[in-house]
Design a protein around this ligand. Structure first.
Ligand code: NAP
Length: 288
C-alpha cells in the first residue's frame, strides 16, 4: 500500500479466526488506493476476544464498516441494529456498514456467487440447480440463487451437523421466494444422480476437495456430470479441485471459487462506498 495514512483516514476491518491468510486487506486497500479513497482495511483475530466489546469499540471509533469470517458470521447478529432481509433468511452476516452510527448487516457471499455464475453464462431463471452443502457459504448461495430467480434448487447434504439446517433453509426458501427447494441425503446415490441429471448448475459448497484433502470429491461417480452442466466449486485452494478436473474430462464448463471471492468483496465494497470496486485490476494483481 503506497497511500499515506492521514488524520482523516477511516478504518474498516475483518473479524474472525483465522484471518492471516485473508486476501481481503490486499483487495480493499488496493481498491482504496486506485480510487484515491482515504480509507484503510486491517484484520483482527477474534479467537480469544469478546465480540460484543469489540463491536462497541468499533462503533465508538466510527469505523466505516467491517467483515466477519467464521465463527463470527452468526455471533455478530445480536450486536447489530438492522439486518438486511436476505441476511435474515440466511441467518448470518459477513458485511456490516456503519451508517451514521447504526450497524447494518448484509451477507454478500451469495451475491458474489451469483455474479460469478451469470458471468460464466448461466441465466438464473433457466438454471435448475444442485447445491452440495448446507453450511455457511451454501446458505448464502441458496438464498441469493432463489432470490435471483433459480426455479428449482436441490440441496444435497449428509445427515450430519447441517442436516436440520438444510431442512430449515429449504422451508424458508419455499415460504419466501418463488423457488422450489428440496433436500436430498448425500448418501442416497440414486437421488443425488437424479438431482444432477435435472440440473444445469452444480455447485460444490462443501469443503470436500479443499487442500490438503485434494483427492476427495463430493460426487461418487463422474459419469453423472453431463456436458450441459456448469460445474462450480467454491473452493479456491486448490484452483482446480478433483471435482473440476473430472467435470472438465466429462466436457462440462467449470468455475472455481476465485470469482465468488472477488465479487463478494466487490459487493461489500459497494455497500460501504457506493462505488464499484476496480475488480479487473484487483483480479490481475491478486486473484490469478
Ligand atoms: P461450513 O459452514 O463448515 O460448511 C461445510 C459444509 O460441507 C457442510 O454442509 C458440511 O456438512 C459439508 N461437509 C464437510 N465435510 C464433509 C464430508 N466429508 N462429507 C460430506 N459433507 C461434508 O463451511 P463454509 O464456510 O460453508 O465453507 C465451505 C467451503 O467453501 C470451504 O471450502 C471454504 O473454503 C469455501 N468458501 C469459499 C468462499 C469463496 O468466496 N469462494 C466463501 C466461503 C467459503 P455437515 O455440516 O453436515 O458436516
Amino acid at each position: 500500500m503506497s497511500q499515506e495514512i492521514t488524520g482523516r483516514t477511516r478504518l474498516g476491518c475483518l473479524l474472525g479466526t483465522p484471518v492471516t491468510h485473508s486476501l481481503s486487506p490486499m483487495m480493499y486497500n488496493e481498491s482504496f488506493r486506485l480510487l484515491g479513497m482515504d480509507r484503510v482495511y486491517l484484520c483482527f483475530d477474534t479467537e480469544h476476544a469478546d465480540l460484543g466489546a469489540i463491536v462497541r469499540s468499533l462503533r465508538q471509533i466510527d469505523v466505516f464498516g467491517f467483515n466477519l469470517t467464521m465463527p463470527d458470521k452468526e455471533r455478530i447478529l445480536p450486536f447489530l441494529d438492522e439486518i438486511d432481509p436476505a441476511a435474515q433468511m440466511i441467518g448470518a452476516v459477513n458485511t456490516v456498514k456503519n451508517e451514521d452510527g447504526a450497524l447494518i448487516g448484509y451477507n454478500t457471499d451469495g451475491i458474489g456467487y451469483m455474479r460469478s455464475v451469470r458471468e460464466a453464462g448461466c441465466a438464473p431463471s433457466s438454471c435448475e440447480m444442485t447445491l452440495l452443502g448446507a453450511g455457511g457459504a451454501a446458505a448464502s448461495i441458496a438464498v441469493h440463487a432463489a432470490l435471483d430467480g433459480i426455479p428449482a434448487l436441490h440441496i444435497v447434504n449428509r445427515r450430519g451437523r447441517s442436516w436440520e439446517k438444510a431442512l430449515r433453509l429449504a422451508e424458508t426458501i419455499n415460504q419466501k421466494t418463488g423457488c422450489h427447494a428440496d433436500v436430498t441425503d448425500m448418501a442416497d446415490a440414486e437421488a443425488v444422480h437424479s438431482c444432477i441429471a435435472k440440473s444445469r448448475l452444480l455447485t460444490n459448497a462443501t469443503s470436500i476437495g479443499m487442500a490438503p484433502n485434494e483427492d476427495a470429491t463430493p460426487i461418487a461417480d463422474p459419469s453423472w456430470l453431463h456436458p450441459e452442466l456448469l460445474v462450480s466449486d467454491i473452493i479456491y485452494n486448490p484452483r482446480r479441485t478433483r471435482l473440476l478436473r473430472e467435470a472438465e474430462a466429462q466436457g462440462c464448463r467449470c468455475l472455481n471459487g476465485l470469482s465468488m471471492l472477488l465479487y463478494q468483496g466487490a459487493a461489500a465494497f459497494h455497500i460501504w462506498t457506493g462505488q464499484d470496486m476496480p475488480v479487473e485490476e484487483v483480479r490481475r494483481k491478486y486473484f490469478q
